[in-house]
Design a protein around this ligand. Structure first.
Ligand SMILES: CC(=O)N[C@H]1[C@@H](OP(=O)(O)OP(=O)(O)OC[C@H]2O[C@@H](n3ccc(=O)[nH]c3=O)[C@H](O)[C@@H]2O)O[C@H](CO)[C@@H](O)[C@@H]1O
Ligand SMILES: C=C(OP(=O)(O)O)C(=O)O
Length: 416
């Protein structure tokens, strides 16, 4: 299996273009099924998850053509509502097809996506929301079938502002009769992007970005062209790369307001952060301070940046406390960082990070996507050679991360 080998100690210097957001493009690609015809989605990152989404769309009957940074999807001949277990297991985001398929065909068949290494990740809120719109679910050992003769608008109160549940309900409600209101909706930028995409398709949605989203059902949607927002997590990861190596990186073509909570935390540690229009420049400093950090739904600090920030804090001055409130098992990278000389104690959902002077390269294992990114950052700053195993997780969410880092001056190679 492939791994990254990193020779640490090289400061990252230069400019980097940010790709389209994985968490925006996946529901949008699923959402193309809502309308019959050819949609062109641009700023599509070349990620493993995107390639699996292409497989799913093709299997359902879409014609999908890939161009660099673009996907052309013709959904006219979609004639299947069934997503095989194998693809569900390859990618949790297959669950985003539930809303579009019940809206267009009144039926869907998937298997429960199950947990993943960062937590138990049930989909009860998706199912409750879709049931409120009129979908009836039956479940057996291998499959979960949803059926609806007609979808009707409803008032849905989410117990938690789940990103995926908000998105699935929004997509299903686009064609439901009457008005749907989602209370306690997730407010992430990717929800706003989905609203913009769906409204361009002809939907009537207001309120994304606030905690109440209102969807007036429409009869018909039509295929369109759409450009996806930049990936705030990719941007945050590279900017921490600059800070942790004492370099200077400008992330270009992003929406700085999307990463304000990350930039605020970086500034709190003492790192220099500047925002100029659609660019953010981070300049590393010699010593930075430990801080308290708690992951929260947007606009709070994103859980998808917690592992990378833990690496950064592992060599900060003094003690930091990190509390993970979104996922129930997302501190596994602490053990790997400790193998590299960090001093991190994990107690349930909190980690006490006692800053050490430096990390030392060794062999470590990525347990998931962002844990993998955190270990790359650790390798970039460490003394000596770091080998990161299980990098297929990283390929789910970062396009050519080694090439981008190499352009910034890092010494990182992929070894097959
Ligand atoms: C493809 C995508 O967009 N993934 C993002 C999305 O994941 P995802 O949409 O899965 O995240 P959610 O916001 O739904 O999950 C947050 C928490 O709610 C729980 N929950 C969720 C749904 C449900 O029906 N029941 C339930 O209990 C989850 O187990 C988790 O503990 O938002 C997360 C939180 O910002 C990010 O980390 C992921 O990168
Ligand atoms: C947890 C993540 O993604 P997913 O929901 O696709 O697993 C992530 O992007 O960090």
């Amino acid at each position: 299996m492939a791994r990254f080998v990193i020779e640490g100690g090289k400061p990252l210097e230069g400019e980097i273009d940010i790709n389209g957001a994985k968490n925006a493009v996946l529901p949008i690609l699923a959402g193309t099924v809502l309308a019959e015809g050819q949609s062109v989605i641009s700023r599509v990152p070349n990620l493993r998850d995107v390639r699996v989404m292409k497989e799913v769309l093709t299997l359902l009957g879409s014609k999908v053509e890939d161009k660099p940074g673009k996907m052309i999807i013709d959904t006219k001949d979609v004639d299947s509502c069934e997503i095989p277990q194998e693809l569900m297991q390859k990618m949790r985001a297959s669950v985003f097809l539930m809303g579009p398929l019940v809206a267009r065909f009144g039926q869907v068949e998937i298997s429960q996506p199950g947990g993943c290494s960062i937590g138990s990740r049930p989909i009860d809120l998706h199912l409750k929301g879709l049931e409120a719109l009129g979908v009836e679910f039956t479940e057996d050992e291998n499959s979960l079938k949803g059926k609806a003769d007609e979808l009707k608008g409803a008032e849905i109160h989410l117990d938690f502002p789940s990103v995926g549940a908000t998105e699935n309900i929004m997509m299903a409600a686009t064609k439901a009769k009457g008005l749907t209101k989602i209370y306690n909706a997730a407010r992430e930028p990717e929800i706003v992007d989905l609203q913009n995409f769906l409204n361009k398709l002809g939907a009537n949605i207001k309120g994304a970005g606030t905690d109440v989203i209102k969807i007036k059902g429409v009869e018909k949607l039509h295929a369109i062209d759409y450009r996806v927002i930049p990936d705030r997590i990719e941007a945050g990861t590279f900017l921490i790369g600059a800070a942790i190596t004492g370099g200077q990186v400008i992330a270009k073509d992003l929406i700085p307001v999307h990463i304000e909570s990350i930039l605020a935390k970086l500034s709190e540690t003492g790192v220099k952060v500047e925002t100029i229009d659609d660019k953010v420049r981070v300049t590393g400093v010699e010593d930075w301070q430990g801080v308290q950090l708690k992951t929260l739904p947007y606009p709070g600090f994103p859980t998808d940046m917690q592992p990378q920030f833990m690496t950064f804090l592992s060599i900060a001055e003094g003690r930091s406390v990190i509390t993970e409130t979104i996922f129930d098992n997302r501190l596994q990278h602490a053990k790997e960082l400790n193998k590299m000389g960090a001093n991190i104690e994990v107690n349930n959902s909190s980690a006490i990070v006692n800053g050490v002077a430096k990390l030392s390269g060794t062999r470590v294992e990525a347990s998931d996507l962002r844990a993998g990114a955190a270990l790359i950052l650790a390798g970039l700053s460490a003394e000596g050679k770091t080998k990161v195993d299980n990098i297929y997780h990283i390929d789910r969410g970062y396009e050519n991360i080694e090439d981008k880092l190499t352009k910034l001056g890092a010494n990182i190679i992929r070894v097959k």
